[in-house]
Design a protein around this ligand. Structure first.
Ligand code: KIV
Ligand code: ZN
Length: 501
C-alpha cells in the first residue's frame, strides 16, 4: 500500500461553517494561497449551491491556486452537482464531493427512505458527477454510526459507479479510536474494488477524539485525511491538520509521508485565527501560545541542559521563530512587508500603505508590535466599507464614581453624538451608542482577550448581538479595551444595517 497520505483541507468549507468565522472572497483567496504554500493536496473550497458567496469564492480560488485539487461539496442532488461543475470551471484540477447519510437514523429521519433507495441515490449522484469530472469523492454521512456490512455495500456500489475517493465521516464525533480504526480495516478487507479508490477519514471532535480517530484510520489503511487549520469546524471542530502532520513527522516508525511543509504551519495557523476571529486556545497542541513554553523549574532546567529532555518537537520545525516580536515605531515599511510575508500575507502596495499607517498609530501607543497585532492590522480594512463608524469616544470611570461616556458616530458620513452614564465604562459607552442607534438590540456574548502578555497590548473583543431574532457577530481590536468593545458592537450593527432596508 502507498505510503503517501493525501491532505484534504476543509478549513474553507467545514471550518468556515462555524458561526462568526465567515470570510469574504478576498480573505478566502488569502487562506487558499497559504494552504497551497503549506502543501495541502486538496482544498475543499465551499458548498457552492448554498450561497452565491460560496459559488464566487470557488471560482476565484480556482483562478488563484495552481497545484492543489479544488473540491466542491454537494448533496446527492443533480442541481447541486450542476452548480458545483459550474463553480469549478477554472480549476486546474477539480473534484466533486457528493454524498448522502447512510446511518439508520439518517435514512429514517432525514430521508424517510430505506437502505436500497439510499444506495440507488448514492450511485446515481456519483454517475451524474462522473459525466463532468473524473475525480469524484463520495461521503457516507454519519458513517461512524453506520452498520459496517451496509456501509461496505454502499462503498462497493459507488466505487463501481466511478468514485475515486470514499469518505468515512464520523459526523457526530462518536466513535472510539479502536472502533473507527476497525471500521476502516473492515472496509479495506471487505469492499470489493477498494483498490480502485482511496479511503478517506473525516473526524469530528465532539468527544475530543478526532485526531486519535484519524490516526487510527490511517494506521488501518486510510490514505486521505480531511482536516482543518487549528481544528476549527462544526461544534467542537474537525481534526487539526497541524496535529496529523506533526504526529507523522515525529513518529517516523509509521513510515507515512505527507507533502506538508511543516515550517508553514504556524504562520498559516495565525492567519486563519486572525481572519476568522477565532482565537487559538493557549494550550492547543502544536500552535497554542504555550505549546512550547516550559514553565516549571524542573522542565526549564532540563531543557537548558538538553532540549531533548522535554521537547519532542523543535518549534522551528513548525515555523515558530524567536524573532516574532521585532517591530517597533522605528520599523520601516520594508520590515513590515517582510513580517507580513512571513505570516503569509502579501498585500498590494495600496493595502500595505493602509496597514503601515495603522501600524504607526499603534506603534505610538505600544512599544513592541507582535505578530498578532500585525495580523489584526492586516484585517483592519474589513471596516472600510462600514456605513457606521466610530468617530470619537471619551469615557470617565473609576472607583466610587459613576462611569460616563460621550461618543460620536459617523453614519454614511453624517455626525451623531450622545452621552450616557452606566455601571462601568463599557456599559456607559454602549448606552450612549444605543441612544444614537435606537433599535432593540441585546448583547448575548462578550469576550475580551489580550493578544499577548503586556499591559500595553491590543485587546480583542468578540461580541454577539441579537437583533430582530437573529444573532450578529462582531469583532474589535484596539489597545483601548473600551474602544475595542464599542468597535465590536458597531461591527455587529453594521452587519444588520447592511441588510436592513
Ligand atoms: O461531517 C460530515 O459528515 C461532513 C460531510 C458533509 C463530509 O462534513
Ligand atoms: Zn464534517
Amino acid at each position: 500500500m502507498s505510503d503517501k497520505l493525501f491532505i484534504f483541507d476543509t478549513t474553507l468549507r467545514d471550518g468556515e461553517q462555524v458561526p462568526g468565522c465567515q470570510l469574504n472572497t478576498v480573505e478566502k483567496i488569502q487562506v487558499a494561497k497559504s494552504l497551497e504554500l503549506l502543501g495541502v493536496d486538496v482544498i475543499e473550497a465551499g458548498f457552492p449551491v448554498s450561497s452565491p458567496g460560496d459559488f464566487n469564492s470557488i471560482i476565484e480560488i480556482s483562478k488563484a491556486v495552481t497545484w492543489p485539487t479544488i473540491c466542491a461539496l454537494t448533496r446527492a442532488v443533480q442541481r447541486d452537482i450542476d452548480v458545483a461543475v459550474e463553480s469549478l470551471q477554472y480549476a486546474k484540477r477539480k473534484r466533486i464531493h457528493t454524498g448522502i447519510g447512510t446511518s439508520d437514523s439518517h435514512i429514517k429521519y432525514k430521508f424517510n427512505s430505506n437502505r436500497e433507495e439510499i444506495i440507488e441515490r448514492a450511485v446515481a449522484s456519483v454517475k451524474y458527477a462522473k459525466r463532468f469530472v473524473e475525480d469524484v469523492e463520495f461521503y457516507a454521512e454519519d458513517a461512524g454510526r453506520t452498520d459496517n456490512v451496509y456501509l461496505a455495500q454502499v462503498l462497493e456500489a459507488v466505487i463501481k459507479a466511478g468514485a475515486t475517493v470514499v469518505n468515512i465521516p464520523d459526523t457526530t464525533g462518536y466513535c472510539l479510536p479502536d472502533e473507527y480504526g476497525a471500521k476502516i480495516k473492515y472496509l479495506m478487507e471487505n469492499v470489493r474494488g477498494i483498490e480502485k479508490a482511496i479511503l478517506s477519514t473525516h473526524c469530528h471532535n465532539d468527544l475530543g477524539m478526532a485526531t486519535a480517530n484519524t490516526i487510527s484510520g490511517v494506521l488501518n489503511g486510510a490514505r486521505q485525511v480531511e482536516v482543518t487549520i487549528n481544528g476549527i469546524g462544526e461544534r467542537a471542530g474537525n481534526t487539526a491538520l497541524e496535529e496529523i502532520a506533526m504526529i507523522l513527522k515525529s513518529h517516523k516508525e509509521i513510515k507515512i509521508e505527507t507533502n506538508i511543509n511543516t515550517q508553514k504551519i504556524y504562520p498559516t495557523s495565525r492567519m486563519v485565527s486572525s481572519l476568522m476571529n477565532m482565537p487559538v486556545q493557549p494550550n492547543k497542541a502544536i500552535v497554542g501560545r504555550n505549546a512550547f513554553a516550559h514553565s516549571s523549574g524542573i522542565h526549564q532546567d532540563g531543557v537548558l541542559k538538553n532540549l531533548e529532555t522535554y521537547e519532542i518537537i523543535n518549534p522551528n520545525d513548525v515555523g515558530i521563530d524567536d524573532s516574532s516580536i521585532v517591530l517597533t515605531a522605528r520599523s520601516g515599511r520594508a520590515a513590515l512587508k517582510h513580517r507580513l510575508s512571513v505570516l503569509g500575507v502579501e498585500p498590494s502596495t495600496e493595502k500595505l500603505d493602509q496597514i503601515y499607517e495603522q501600524f504607526l498609530k499603534i506603534a505610538d501607543r505600544k512599544k513592541d508590535i507582535n505578530d498578532d497585532d500585525i495580523l489584526v492590522l492586516a484585517g483592519a480594512d474589513r471596516s472600510i466599507n462600514h456605513r457606521i463608524k466610530l468617530d470619537y469616544l471619551q469615557v470617565t470611570s473609576g472607583v466610587g464614581v459613576r462611569s460616563v461616556a460621550s461618543l460620536g458616530l459617523k453614519i454614511s458620513g453624517e455626525k451623531f453624538e450622545a452621552a450616557a452614564g452606566g455601571n462601568g465604562p463599557v456599559d456607559a459607552a454602549i448606552k450612549a451608542l444605543k441612544k444614537i442607534i435606537n433599535r432593540h438590540m441585546v448583547l448575548k456574548e462578550f469576550t475580551i482577550q489580550a493578544l499577548s502578555r503586556g499591559s500595553d497590548d491590543m485587546g480583542k473583543v468578540h461580541m454577539q448581538v441579537e437583533y430582530d431574532n437573529q444573532i450578529y457577530y462582531g469583532f474589535g481590536a484596539n489597545t483601548d479595551i473600551i474602544a475595542a468593545s464599542v468597535e465590536a458592537y458597531i461591527d455587529c450593527i453594521n452587519k444588520f444595517a447592511g441588510v436592513e432596508k
